[in-house]
Design a protein around this ligand. Structure first.
Ligand SMILES: Nc1ncnc2c1ncn2[C@@H]1O[C@H](COP(=O)(O)OP(=O)(O)O)[C@@H](O)[C@H]1O
Ligand SMILES: [Mg+2]
Length: 385
């Protein structure tokens, strides 16, 4: 097991295609770090640079403080699992599992014991004599993960290993991967575009966008303290509602949202003052809304554009009270809409007007140019003068 560190890694492909920009990342020994971001943001390239399959244009990769830039992949002692589980079709599951160890001249008794251990752990002991074509997709992926782990590599790299599986199997496999990691504590970097997978699997999660690391933190940090509007909009489902709204400055500043004036939360008054009367980027999670609206709370009048009944909750989509800001995914069908998540079954009609109560204290505030989070007074107080 190793501690992995990327220092200021940049990757420019031939033709000047800049894919990674100054990536700094540390994966602690035994940690399960998830790298998440939209398609094309450079996730696989980061993994391939760690593996040595791709050379960084500048910057360094080190394992346990030792620079490995000049080591070829096979000398880095890493194992990799891909989306399309590349098992050897002519070998049995047992031989697939043992293959890497055989290459490394692990003695036969040790090899056999490790194969049996991991087969038991992954519940594939009855499948050891089968060929890959006689396995289901989930079983194959288990064998692929098992084959990587059984070798006991210094670093385990996984690139969207569950994307080919159906939703139910993905949930099961997530639990298995967590169990496997708890047992072996192999330093792991796991790539996915799926923020739910990232949040449920990662000890820490690194959010990548446009070849830059936006934020690294625990799932809790990313959800509650996103450093910018990209992370805020990317983490959480349904996505955070974002829109640019005008501010009325003063001792008790307010924001103007859908024709109503909402108080700026106390903790953000100082940082809103720093905007010097300019607009701010407002973020509200879908669960910041209540209906019917209580009498004394800030409210929002909207026109309903869609209603989605989920059983335990209802999603109500409506026109945003300002220009919607949607950084995460333009193909998202809810782009251009805001979403309220209400408990249970809610008798609202498409096209109808509705008044929501809004928990303004839960609002996230960003400056509108780069989308950087506005500091809270607690956070300001924590910074030494
Ligand atoms: N060998 C290559 N040559 C040129 N461009 C590449 C190469 N490999 C990847 N890219 C480009 O780099 C960007 C990031 O790719 P990748 O790391 O695979 O993203 P992700 O895994 O996040 O989807 C993409 O725009 C992709 O087209
Ligand atoms: Mg990829």
């Amino acid at each position: 097991m190793a501690r992995v560190r990327l220092d200021n890694v940049t990757k420019v492909f031939p033709g000047g295609i800049r894919v990674l920009e100054g990536v700094d990342l540390t994966v602690d020994e035994g940690e399960f770090l998830v790298l998440v971001g939209p398609s094309g943001c450079g996730k696989s390239t980061v993994l391939r640079v760690i593996a040595g399959l791709e050379e960084a244009t500048s910057g360094t990769v080190s394992f346990d403080g030792e620079v490995v830039d000049d080591l070829p992949p096979k000398e880095r002692d890493i194992a990799m699992v891909f989306q399309n589980y590349a098992l050897y079709p002519h070998l049995s599951v047992r031989d697939n599992l043992a293959f890497g160890m055989r290459l490394r001249h692990v003695p036969a008794p040790v090899r056999e014991q490790r194969v049996l251990d991991v087969a038991q752990l992954l519940d594939i002991a009855e499948l050891l004599d089968r060929k890959p074509k006689a396995l289901s997709g989930g079983q194959r992926q288990r064998v692929a993960a098992g084959r990587a782990i059984v070798r006991n590599p210094r670093v385990l790299l996984m690139d969207e290993p569950l994307s080919n599986l159906d939703a139910q199997l993905r949930v099961t496999m997530r639990a298995e991967l967590r169990r496997l990691h708890a047992e072996h504590r192999t330093t792991t970097v796991y790539v996915t575009h799926d923020q739910v997978e990232a949040m449920t699997l990662g000890d820490r999660v690194a959010v990548l966008e446009g070849g830059r690391v936006q934020q690294v933190g625990t799932p809790h940090d990313l959800y509650h303290r996103p450093v910018n509007a990209f992370v805020a909009g990317f983490i959480g489902s349904p996505s955070m509602n974002l829109a640019v709204v005008p501010v009325r400055a003063g001792a008790a500043p307010t924001m103007e949202v859908g024709g109503q004036l909402w108080p700026v939360p106390d903790t953000r008054v100082a940082s809103v003052a720093a905007l010097a009367g300019g607009p701010l980027l407002l973020g509200l999670r879908p669960d910041a809304f209540t209906w019917p609206a209580p009498d004394d709370a800030p409210a929002l009048d909207v026109t309903v554009t869609a209603v989605e009944f989920l059983g335990n909750a209802t999603l109500v989509l409506f026109e945003p009270p300002g220009e919607a800001w949607h950084p995460a995914d333009d193909s998202d069908p809810s782009a251009g809409h805001w979403t309220a998540r209400l408990d249970g079954d809610v008798p609202l009609q498409v096209g109808g007007r509705v008044t929501f109560g809004v928990d303004v204290d839960s609002a996230y505030l960003f400056e509108p140019d780069r989308g950087l989070a506005l500091p809270c007074v607690e956070a300001l107080a924590a910074v030494p003068a």
